[in-house]
Structures are given as structure tokens and as C-alpha cells.
Write a protein that binds this ligand. Structure first.
Ligand SMILES: [Fe+2]
Length: 377
């Protein structure tokens, strides 16, 4: 399974993973063969990329949190936020139950690294982004040794970190052009608005509501709204700040394609010590796959390989399957290498999405026609 941008989809490709909306509806179902109509529908829904199955070297991408749980929590969040915007109270208990489901899934998949490249409509960004930030924050909390009770608080605060955004004028939030200084100032009000929405709710702890207040503060004091610095910023908010940034940069936006996991890790590392607390970043990155399962990498031998198993202890040394040379000429017999067991073969760099598409295209040309056409499109 691999992620393919909408503009690179071809008729005949097989959908690898169901795409759901935050209202729980399946927008596109797994195993469907793509037609022009489906591709057009995806464009109209504001979906930038989807997962595709390639039968000739298909690998399953394990999920730290099942799509079922993720969709349920996103749906409950959407319902709650819709209530809020019509001045009804939110059901915090249902959100807490959702956070507990996330924690259960994460705890039972502790050996997995996150391969978070979830694909949803731009319209549902706030809901799925919030769920992703909660997942990433909980995983970081576990790495820091937090007890389970604390993680419910951390997870709830992370899930509600951007709650203030629903009170900002949608014309500003959805503005794809450069924002004016006035519009920017309005967006920057969302932490305080969110905090004020949560602080008087007895079901929400003071720490959880402070996540909403402080998630845009930066370690060096360059953030907002209060320019707090270092340990003045609540630890939970320092965690959510990293999770929020990471998920925002890996996600496709109408104005910019999402970063690959490797690019996002490099970006987070660059901002460590300035924007982010180094200790928190260490715990955060211990959960992120530097080379996600299903991605393609270039080796020092000049071969191209597919990452098939991540290595939690040594993330730059996953198990790989060598598939072709750098021109896309398939090796006579594909073979696996556990990079943690050799010092001779190393990853020189990850392949970009465009390079990966080209490799798949070249491989398809070399396959017997039935296999190439029927499954790869
Ligand atoms: Fe925010």
C-alpha cells in the first residue's frame, strides 16, 4: 500500500484504505477499482491523496490506532464542536471515553512506530488533525513515563487544543490567500478563546484547558499569546506544540503538499531548542518512523528498496526489500535486508513521492502484462 497524490491516480488502481468523513460516512471504500468518476469525486471532496494497493509488492501498513476508533473519536468531536457553535454544551464524557479508546489502542500496539499519514478531506481537517494530535501527544506521554490517568488529561487537552478555532470567522480560517495582519491577529486569538471556552467546564481539568491556551507558546519565548518560555509553559502544552506542528506539516493542505515523514522529522529537529523543548522532542521522535513502512529509499549500493518493517530501537536501520536499481530496472530476485544486521548497506536518502511514482511506473512496464495492468492501473 502506498500514498498516491490525486493528480497521479490512474483508472484501474485499487483503493488500499477506506477514506472516511468526520461524520462517519465512507467517502471511498477499500478494494474499489478507480474510475474517472471516482477520481473526479475525490477532487471535489478536497482529498489530496489516497492509499493504493499494488499486488506485486503490497505490504500492509500497521496502524497504531485502528481506523474504526479514529473515525469514532473524530465523529464525536465533530458533533461536540457543532453543539458548541450553536451554544449547546459539549459532552466531555463522550470525548474522554474516546481518549480512553485511543490510549487502549496505543498501549496494545506499543511495538509499532507511528505511520501517521492519514488522508481526509480538507473540510474535515480540524477534526482529524485534533485526533492525530491527541494520538501523538499520548504516545509522547507514554514515552515520558506518564501514568494512564494523566494521559486522559493530556489526550483530552490535545483533542480540544484548537477548539477556539470554531469561533473564528470561517472566511478567515478557510482563506487560501495570504492573510492580512488583522486576519492573522484574529487567528491568533484562538488559544485564548479556546481556554475561556474550557476553563469553566467542570469536566475539563485546568491542565487540559491550559493546553488550548499554551499550545502556540514556543520554548524560546517567540510564541503567543503570552510569550511564555521554557518551563513556564506547561509540560502538556510543550508536548502538544510538537504534535500539532508535526501533524500540520505532514498533512496535505490546499496550498501545500504534506511533508514526508523524513522531511517532517528533519524540520522538528531543526526547531528543537528554539521552538520546542529538546527533552520532549526526544520522547516524541522515539515514536515516529523516520522511514515509514511502505516508503521507498535509495541505498548506498545504488539500489532502490521498499521499507517493510520499522526498527524501533534504531530507526535509520529498518528491514528493507531490494526491488530495483536506481533506474527502476527490477533486480532478478528481490531480497530482504535487515539493515540493523549489516554495516555495509545503509540508506542514503528517502525517495520523493515523484521518484517513487516513477519507480512504480517503470516496474509496471517490466511486469507480465496481466499483473501490471490488472493491479497497478
Ligand atoms: Fe492552534
Amino acid at each position: 500500500m502506498r500514498r498516491v497524490a490525486i493528480e497521479d491516480l490512474d483508472c484501474g488502481m485499487i483503493v488500499g484504505r477506506t477514506v472516511s468523513g468526520a461524520d462517519g460516512r465512507a467517502l471511498l471504500t477499500q478494494n474499489i477499482q478507480l474510475s474517472e468518476n471516482y477520481i473526479e469525486k475525490l477532487k471535489n471532496l478536497g482529498i489530496a491523496s489516497i492509499y493504493i494497493k499494488d499486488s506485486f509488492m503490497d505490504i500492509d501498513i500497521p496502524e497504531v490506532v485502528s481506523s474504526k476508533v479514529m473515525n469514532k473519536v473524530a465523529k464525536n468531536l465533530k458533533t461536540s464542536l457543532t453543539h458548541l457553535s450553536s451554544h449547546k454544551a459539549i459532552d466531555v464524557n463522550i470525548l474522554k471515553k474516546g481518549v480512553s479508546l485511543l490510549i487502549d489502542d496505543i498501549m496494545s500496539n506499543r511495538n509499532l512506530l507511528i505511520n501517521l499519514e492519514d488522508i481526509h478531506s480538507y473540510n474535515d481537517y480540524l477534526f482529524f488533525h485534533s485526533v492525530n494530535v491527541a494520538i501523538l501527544s499520548i504516545m509522547t506521554g507514554i514515552s515520558l513515563g506518564y501514568p494512564e490517568g494523566d494521559m486522559v488529561d493530556l489526550g483530552l487537552g490535545a483533542l480540544l487544543h484548537d477548539i477556539g478555532m470554531i469561533m473564528i470567522d470561517p472566511a478567515i480560517v478557510n482563506n487560501l490567500n495570504k492573510l492580512t495582519p488583522e486576519q492573522m491577529a484574529e487567528i491568533k486569538n484562538h488559544p485564548e478563546i479556546g481556554f475561556n471556552m474550557l476553563r469553566n467546564n467542570r469536566e475539563v481539568s485546568a491542565t487540559a484547558s491550559h493546553i488550548a491556551y499554551q499550545h502556540h507558546e514556543r520554548f524560546d519565548g517567540s510564541g503567543y499569546p503570552r510569550k511564555l518560555m521554557g518551563k513556564q509553559i506547561l509540560e502538556y502544552a510543550r508536548i502538544t506544540a510538537v504534535a500539532d506542528t508535526y501533524d500540520a506539516i505532514i498533512t496535505d493542505h490546499p496550498y501545500r503538499k504534506g511533508y514526508s515523514s523524513t522531511e517532517a522529522v528533519i524540520c522538528i529537529r531543526k526547531l528543537t531548542g528554539t521552538h520546542f523543548d529538546p527533552e520532549i522532542v526526544g520522547a516524541f521522535l522515539s515514536n515516529i518512523a523516520l522511514y515509514p513502512i511502505g516508503s521507498m529509499v535509495m541505498l548506498n549500493t545504488g539500489h532502490v528498496a521498499l521499507v517493510i518493517t520499522a526498527n524501533r530501537l534504531s530507526q535509520d536501520k529498518p528491514v528493507i526489500q531490494v526491488v530495483c536499481d536506481q533506474n527502476g530496472k527490477m533486480v532478478k530476485k528481490s531480497f530482504k535486508v535487515d539493515l540493523s544486521r549489516t554495516s555495509e548497506v545503509i540508506i542514503s536518502r528517502p525517495l520523493s513521492r515523484d521518484e517513487t511514482n516513477l519507480i512504480y511506473h517503470n516496474i509496471k512496464q517490466q511486469l507480465p502484462s496481466e499483473q501490471g495492468q490488472q493491479h497497478v492501473g
